[in-house]
Design a protein around this ligand. Structure first.
Ligand code: MG
Length: 243
């Protein structure tokens, strides 16, 4: 089953094979069960501005920079982009609301998955659009010895953010790898699009409320229901990838 998905991917990109060296891993909704907090924080902040939205729609925007999400909502509500001052103020309010939410827990299965990645001799690289210090700072506590500043791409490194391939292209640079030497682990449709646009085999892990179809139509090469199942199936997927 996985073999046919890999073959379709290789044919599309005209790669001979996947020479796996690195695993590029998103953070929110993959390493932390944090998306509900983000969606609630956005909804609360945006509602306070008198702009109509739903908590659910913020799952669709996941991976965008904060500025891009704010501009999208301003265009819809006011037919204009937000000013830089508005963006800064709103993003501060969103961060404050995020920090008031219950603490986001490590995603079940993620630690086991990362351990297996390391043990297979692969380089784990974090690729997130997030700049939330509350999560970035505790990565080493939840996942000791996995990431270093040299193996992390965050909001502070990127200009465009997902769905632009830029964050994943920077991730490849950090691992000194080519697109066919990596896989991407993503939960968000725009994140999947970014991985696909970077020419990388992209595993969609559907940890949120969106339909599988949303991730598949974003281009996910393989769809897995959650991180525990990804950890459980690591050996099977790894073996298929390196054949
Ligand atoms: Mg995510």
């Amino acid at each position: 089953m996985i073999q046919s998905e890999i073959q379709t991917f290789l044919n599309k990109h005209e790669y001979d094979k996947i020479d796996l060296k690195t695993v590029l891993i998103d953070m929110d909704g993959v390493l932390y069960d944090s998306m509900k907090n983000h969606a609630n924080a956005w909804y609360e902040t945006i509602s306070a501005l008198g702009i109509n939205s739903t908590p659910q729609e913020f799952y669709m925007y996941e991976g965008r920079t904060g500025a891009s999400t704010i501009n999208l909502l301003f265009q819809r509500a006011f037919n204009r982009p937000a000013t830089e001052k508005e963006i800064n103020e709103i993003y501060i309010q969103k961060t404050e609301s995020f920090n008031r939410q219950p603490k986001a827990k490590a995603m079940p299965g993620a630690a086991e998955f990362l351990k297996k990645v390391k043990n297979a001799g692969l380089i784990p690289i974090l690729v997130t659009g997030s700049g939330q210090a509350s999560l970035l700072d505790k990565l080493d506590h939840e996942y000791p010895g996995i990431f270093t500043p040299e193996t992390m791409v965050t909001a502070f490194d990127v200009k465009y953010g997902k769905p632009h391939p830029e964050p994943y292209l920077i991730g490849l640079q950090k691992a000194k790898a080519k697109p066919n030497q990596a896989i991407v682990i993503e939960n968000a449709p725009l994140g999947v699009k970014a991985g696909v646009a970077a020419g990388i085999f992209t595993v969609g892990v559907n940890t949120g409320p969106l339909d599988d179809e949303v991730l598949l139509s974003a281009g996910a090469n393989l769809l897995i229901p959650d991180m525990q199942i990804l950890a459980d199936r690591f050996e099977e997927i790894y073996t298929a990838l390196i054949q």
